[in-house]
Design a binder for this molecule. Structure first.
Ligand SMILES: [Mg+2]
Length: 346
């Protein structure tokens, strides 16, 4: 079958400048991919490249032509395993670019079958955990305002970014503004192992559910040091990128945080979840600053997961796509009334 492929860079302004321990963003650049079959049906996906993992919109645009050549060469929108395998062979190091193609092809395959993606996979839409909503780093007063906004919007799970000299004041502000919320904390590698142990000690007083990536990914011994001394569960994000990382982190964290933009596709993400479970880990799906053209697809994996952090599109001021309804932090998969991922242009 002849498949037509195209891609387009989109600028996505964020609602608030988004700061984590490594830096600040005001605009996210994504690259939207469209794959159209002979009957004119189109699947859509997107890459949300992260400079931390060596990708930019420009690197995504540079490799997409070779990736999309493979899609056309296979010529079968249902040959999802075969296409993902080929994509990995062509460009191993560009996971966001590969993820965009994987998402677009899965969207197209499910649309052609006339079912939402979770139905194509056989997942139970009633088993979706709620998503967290992220509060970026800011002055404690601003953090308080952002937390109030999030509570007002109905988000029951908040992920708090830390890794500053003000971390205790930030947690104070969040807990004060959201006394009933479940709080998760993400240090994005900012602490030394000893700082992490000391910080986790006072974090227990804020009733925190888990702590994500307390120390640099390059310090696996430090991660183990923290894990062995932490009363709170530890999640690996920067330390958990590909399938090969799962056995390496299994004895030093509790939770594997998988992202499509790190591992390169929907099928590879599923492999990571099963591998993580086999190693006794809990599973989480996270995201970058992503349009709904990508987030909508990730929502269909939610029934496989213990924790979900799919707020990428919720943090955008404008998004050319709508996706799965995430109001109140609930992933309303069962309410989705259209086939594919549910992403559609607004
Ligand atoms: Mg993280």
């Amino acid at each position: 079958m002849s498949l037509t492929c195209e891609f387009e860079r989109v600028e996505l302004p964020l609602s608030h400048p988004f700061t984590i321990a490594r830096g600040t963003h005001e605009v996210a650049e994504n690259v939207v991919v469209r794959i159209t079959d002979g009957g004119g049906m189109t699947g859509v996906g997107a890459a949300a490249p992260s400079a931390h993992y060596g990708e930019t919109a420009a690197t995504v645009e540079a490799v997409l032509p070779s990736l999309l050549d493979e899609v056309r060469e296979v010529g079968d929108p249902h040959a999802l395993d075969e296409v993902e395998r080929r994509l990995r062979r062509v460009v191993e190091r560009n996971p966001a670019a590969r993820a965009a193609v994987s998402i677009a092809l899965h969207d197209l395959a499910a649309k052609r079958l006339g079912v939402p993606l979770y139905r194509m996979w056989g997942h139970d839409p009633g088993r979706t955990p709620k998503t967290s909503f992220t509060i970026g780093i800011d002055e404690p007063d601003v953090v308080r305002e952002k937390t109030e906004e999030a509570v007002e919007a109905g988000y029951p799970l908040l992920k708090v970014k830390v890794g500053t000299d003000d971390d205790e004041a930030i947690l104070d502000a969040v807990r004060d503004a959201a006394p009933d919320a479940t709080l998760r904390v993400d240090a994005n590698e900012a602490w030394t192992p000893r700082q992490a142990v000391a910080n986790i000690e006072w974090l227990t007083e804020y009733d925190v559910e888990f702590v994500e990536q307390p120390v640099p990914a390059g310090d696996p011994e430090g991660l183990k040091f923290v894990y062995e001394r932490s009363e709170l569960p530890i999640a690996a994000d920067e330390s958990c990128i590909t399938l090969e990382d799962v056995p390496r982190i299994a004895d030093r964290v509790d939770i594997a945080n998988v992202k499509l933009m790190k591992c390169g596709g929907l099928r590879e993400a599923t492999r990571l979840f099963h591998a993580a479970r086999a190693h006794g880990l809990e599973t989480m799906l996270g995201c970058m600053e992503e349009t709904n053209a990508a987030i909508a697809a990730a929502c269909h994996l939610a029934p496989l997961l213990d924790y979900v952090d799919l707020d990428g599109a919720l943090l955008l001021a404008e998004d050319p796509f709508e996706g799965v309804d995430l109001s109140d932090g609930e992933i309303h998969l069962a309410d989705l009334d259209r086939p594919g991922t549910g992403a559609r242009e607004v």
